[in-house]
Write a new protein. Sequence first.
Length: 239
Amino acid sequence: MRSGIDEAGLGPKVGSLFVVGVDVEGDLGGIKESKEVFRRNLRGYSIGEGIVISSLYGLGIPHRTAGELFYNLFGWAEGFLYELEIPTFGGKYMDLPFRVIRISARRIPAKNLRKNRFLEDAKAICEIAESLEGREIIAGIAGGFRDYGRFLKGWELDGKFFRKGGKILRFEVSADKNFGEVALASIFAKYFRELEMKALSTLLGFYETIPYFSGYPSDKKTESLIKTLKSLGFDEFIR
C-alpha cells in the first residue's frame, strides 16, 4: 500500500484550498499529475473526473451532486453546490488498475487563507498524515520543514523525513511528478477545486462546460471575478 498527499488551490486569489491524502494499492504507472490532466479542455476534465468518481464509487462515498460529495468529505457545503450534478464534465465510471483504500481530505475556505495560506496547508497535510495508514507517506512540499514540524506532535525529525513509530512522512519537491500516489492525490484535490469553481461560475451566470474562472492571478478574468463577488456580497470566496 502506498500513501500520498497533495493540494490544489494554494496560489489563487479566489476559492478554497483543497488538501487530499490517499491510501492506494495497485498499478499507478498511468497516473499523471493534475496539471497534466486538467488542461483547461473538456477531454482532460473528463479523464480526471472519471478517475475520481470511479474511486469514490469503490469507496461507497455518495456523490450525486457537488454538495452531497463535499458534505460527505468535509462536513459542510454551500447550498449552490447541490445544484451541480456529478458527473459534471462527462467523466465515465471505469475499471481502474488501482484501488483507493482510503481518502482523507480537507477544504479550507478562502477567508481562512488571507493571513498565511502555507500554515493552513501545512496543518491540513499533517492532520491527513495522521489518518493515513501507509508505512511511508509522501507529500508535496510548500513552505519548508519548519511550517510542518509545528503541527507534527509526537513525530521526530530524522534527516529528511519525520518518523512516528513505524510510520515515515516524507516531503518531496515535485512529488506529484515523481510519485504516483501523490499524483493521484493531486487529481482528487484539483477535481474538488474545479467543482467549486464550476459551481461558482454557474452561480454568476457563466455556463461553459468547464469553469469560466480559475481564480489564479495569471487569469485575466480573476480581477473582474473579485469585483463581481464583492458587489454581490460574496466576500467569503475572496482571499
